[in-house]
Structure formats: C-alpha cells, structure tokens
Design a protein around this ligand. Structure first.
Ligand code: C2E
Ligand code: CA
Ligand code: CA
Ligand code: CA
Length: 279
C-alpha cells in the first residue's frame, strides 16, 4: 500500500508486499529456530591430497549449518545466513554453531580439524574473541584444532578492526582460513596483510578446470602464490577424479568436495572420526 501511494512502482507493489511479509515471517521463525531445535550441522570431510583418497586421508571437517523449517522444509544456508546477518540474529545463531561444532569435534577419538564459517557481522562482533575462548574452555577442544573460515567481505567492512581481531583470534592458537579465495575483488591485498593459515580456492575455479584453460592457470598461480607466502591450499568443490588429479599434480595440499564426501550428519562418518574400525 505504501509503495502504491508513491505511484511509480504500483505495478510491483503487491509482489513487494508479499516478499516483505514473507521475510518478516521467516525472520520470526528463525528467531525461534535454535530454541525449537531446528538448526543442525552437517559436516563435510577435507582430505590431504592424493590421487586415491580414502578415509585415512581425512584431516578435518567443515561444519555447515542446516535449518529444517517446520512447514517450509529445508531452508538453505545461502538464504537464512544473510537473513540472520541483516537482523542481527547471526550473533546468537553463530554462537550456537561454534559451540555445537566444537563440542562435536571434542568428542571424536581422532584429533581432526574442525572448520567453522564466520560471517562478517559475527566476526566484527566485539565479544567474538572472548566467546571463542569460553567455548574452547567449555568443550576442552584443543585450540589448534579449530579453524575459522572468513571471507574477504569481513576485511572490506573494517580493515583495521578486522586485522586486530584476526590477530587476537590467532593469539588463542586458533587457525584462520580465507574462504572463497578469488571470488572477490581485492584478495591479493588481503592475503598480504592478513596472517591466514590457509586459503580455500573458490569452487568456481575448480568447477571450470578442464572446461577452460584460464581456470587451470589461475588455480596453478594461486597454489604457487599461497606456497610462496607459506600458506596451505585447499580446493573446494572437487567433484571429479580429473580435477583431483590436476590438483595433486599442482601440489594443492588438501581437497574438499562431493568426490571426497558430501556434507552430512556426522554419524555418517564414523570411521573418519575414529568411532568405528576402518574396513
Ligand atoms: P561455503 O563456506 O563456501 O561452503 C561450501 C558450500 O559448497 C556448501 O554449501 C557445500 O555444501 C557446497 N559444496 C561442497 N562441496 C561441493 C561440491 O563438490 N560441489 C558443489 N556444487 N557444491 C559443494 P552450503 O552448505 O549450502 O553452504 C553455502 C554457504 O552458506 C557456505 O559457503 C557459507 O558461506 C554459508 N554457510 C554455511 N554454513 C554456515 C555457517 O555455519 N555459518 C556461516 N556464517 N555461514 C555458513
Ligand atoms: Ca590415499
Ligand atoms: Ca566455508
Ligand atoms: Ca567456500
């Protein structure tokens, strides 16, 4: 109705109202999601590179948030994480995710890495470092096993603050990865300025390996660049043996993707975490 009063956008007004109402409802539902136990974590294995990967090569898992909405069904993280960010709910949701992932990883017989995604709003929240410290104490997880994945978006928002925070996080003994490397604009600047432990090469480049020669050149260059800086490289979205073979030949340190394992509840990976004997 408001939009219609403004005149020029009247054609689109009903649809816009719908979207806004829809978002409001979804936001309301999201604010109850933790309490209702609708959030869960799926885990995706990361393996040390080799041409024939098996369970013994798994070095860690990435925790990926899942929201099972009571009536809408599964809402993908690409939708509800941005919603949580806009509304400020990300802090509470992010804390739940971090605690849950650390608690889970601390229960594994094998001391594998656990990678947790941090969104910009979460990273720039002033209590983050204190909260991570508290969760490490609470769960008993060895700090070096925790890895935080951040995108350059964090750094674009507030460079100085981002750098200061990153240093404090690292002082806890926690590792930090640059996620989606190559997908943004100024990645090289950030790579030089920030003490990352790991670079995750964006899935888009891996997807195009074998489809165009440029992607192969870019992936090769990024691996060389990372190694030159003393940073290890992980390729995301590895789906085929051809992609894996290329990455191994180029010296990429680790791989993640459907070829190695799809994100799933952790009980689907008992051998990898050391809860069942290997076959
Ligand atoms: P991301 O951090 O880049 O996560 C990797 C995404 O790629 C995941 O999608 C994963 O399921 C998907 N993926 C992994 N391997 C393959 C593959 O071989 N092929 C293809 N096509 N896709 C693959 P997902 O779980 O839907 O997550 C999407 C994004 O949502 C994540 O991208 C991350 O940015 C965000 N996200 C997920 N969980 C969390 C979380 O707990 N906290 C925050 N802040 N963001 C999260
Ligand atoms: Ca192997
Ligand atoms: Ca990630
Ligand atoms: Ca990524």
């Amino acid at each position: 109705a408001k939009a219609r009063a403004r005149g020029s956008v009247s054609l689109f007004a009903p649809e816009m109202d719908m979207q806004i109402r829809d978002r409001r409802a979804l936001h309301q539902d999201l604010s109850n999601a933790i309490r209702n136990g609708e959030l869960t974590l799926h885990y995706q294995p990361q393996a040390a590179s080799s041409k024939s990967i098996d369970e013994t090569d798994v070095v860690g898992f990435e925790a990926l948030a899942r929201w099972r909405h009571p009536t809408r069904g599964f809402v993908p993280p690409g939708e509800f994480i941005p919603l949580a960010e806009e509304s400020g709910l990300i802090v509470e949701i992010g804390e739940w995710i971090l605690r849950e992932a650390c608690r889970e990883a601390a229960s594994w017989p094998k001391p594998l890495q656990i990678a947790v995604n941090l969104s910009p709003a979460q990273f720039l929240n002033s209590d983050l470092v204190g909260f991570i410290h508290q969760v490490l104490l609470e769960t008993g997880l060895q700090p070096g096993r925790l890895e935080l994945e951040i995108t350059e978006g964090v750094l674009i928002e507030d460079f100085e603050r981002g750098l200061a925070l990153l240093r404090r996080v690292k002082a806890l003994g926690v590792r930090v990865s640059m996620d989606d490397f190559g997908s943004g604009y100024s990645s090289l600047t950030y790579l030089q300025a920030f003490p990352f432990d790991k670079i995750k090469i964006d899935r888009a480049f891996i997807m195009n390996l074998g489809r165009n020669a440029q992607s192969a050149s870019i992936v090769r260059a990024v691996i060389g660049l990372g190694h030159g800086l003393g940073v290890s490289l992980v390729a995301e979205g590895v789906e085929t043996q051809e992609q894996l073979d290329f990455l191994v030949d180029e010296g990429c340190d680790a791989v993640q993707g459907y070829l190695i394992g799809r994100p799933a509840p952790i009980d689907q990976f008992p051998c990898m975490v050391g809860l069942a004997p290997m076959l």
